[in-house]
Design a protein around this ligand. Sequence first.
Ligand SMILES: NC(=O)c1ccc[n+]([C@@H]2O[C@H](COP(=O)([O-])OP(=O)(O)OC[C@H]3O[C@@H](n4cnc5c(N)ncnc54)[C@H](OP(=O)(O)O)[C@@H]3O)[C@@H](O)[C@H]2O)c1
Length: 345
Amino acid sequence: MDYHQLGTSELKVSAICLGTMTYGQQNTESEAHSQLDYARELGINFIDTAEMYPVPPRAETYTRTETIVGNWLKHQPRDQVILATKVSGPRRAIEWIRGGPKALDRSNIRAAIEGSLSRLRTDYIDLYQLHWPERNVPMFGQYQFDPTQEKAWVPIREQLEVLAELVQEGKIRYVGVSNEFAWGVMEFVRLANAHNLPRIASIQNSYSLINRGYEFGLTEIGYREQISLLAYSPLAFGYLSAKYADNPKASGRVTDFPGFAQRYEKPNVQPAVAAYAELARKHGLTPAQLALSFVYRRWFVGSTIIGATSMAQLEENISAWDKPLSAEIMTEIEGIHLRYMNPAP
Ligand SMILES: NC(=O)c1ccc[n+]([C@@H]2O[C@H](COP(=O)([O-])OP(=O)(O)OC[C@H]3O[C@@H](n4cnc5c(N)ncnc54)[C@H](OP(=O)(O)O)[C@@H]3O)[C@@H](O)[C@H]2O)c1
């Protein structure tokens, strides 16, 4: 396992981060703890969660995942684990969080961090992330900015000032953004520089063989401003394992929760997945190994956030670390990419 420094922070995270958003819905507490133990044994020191989890988001289940992670964390040497969680902003489809929808203002960010610290049974969060921008941006499968949807939002400077207070109080070490776009990232950087506020260490965005939108603009920003990508959904919700190509009724998140995977229900997803699966098998890899190995070693990825609902999946996914892709395979990937560019933005 490699370890990467996250942005300009002092966090040295494993190249693979264990995602947790299935804990409390698709995975029981004991399954979750087995996953966490296994990942730790293999050198993974980085865990990602959120107050909103598990998914699909529901009023009855939200916060369960953090509780499950906290019950595990209390038995770990705290300084050996790099813990990331997220505060939710307002969102029409998710109206129950802290009695929401809530703005990303001082009182809400403070209420969120207190809830997370208590559920996670810790005094501090290593990386505290804004789960999605509060302002009007296309999200979770939408792909066009629509000025007619403009609405009021808490200024980014105010959000950063609250986060600065939490850093000073020792409740969080570093801050990050998620589901962000070029304008937002540059605004966070500009305001941090101008007002001596915390500098974002990372941006957690979707990135996979069938969603390489991050490469338009954000790779350059990440490089010049020293911000690391935390790549989420590297298997495109399981699509890139090719299990739904092999059997459209295969059991999993996509078939169990109709409508949840709408980001991937776009015309060129199926042919692209089929092409990548064929390439993988031609080279003696599983489709999941090809997809993960591709993300694991992109130069701009600080850590790849993987997810699994079984130990067999987790083993396969971590084992992909030992299968770096040859130059020949990378060339073939670019050929497929040029044919079906970003079918699941
Ligand atoms: N910031 C955000 O907005 C955001 C959004 C999404 C995720 N995340 C983070 O990123 C983490 C990972 O995201 P993700 O779960 O969407 O990642 P993913 O790699 O795209 O999907 C993981 C899912 O694919 C299936 N799968 C995994 N390995 C497999 C294999 N070897 N063969 C067949 N199926 C396999 C499993 O679901 P089934 O068994 O149900 O098929 C698993 O839960 C999350 O836990 C969370 O921490 C963040």
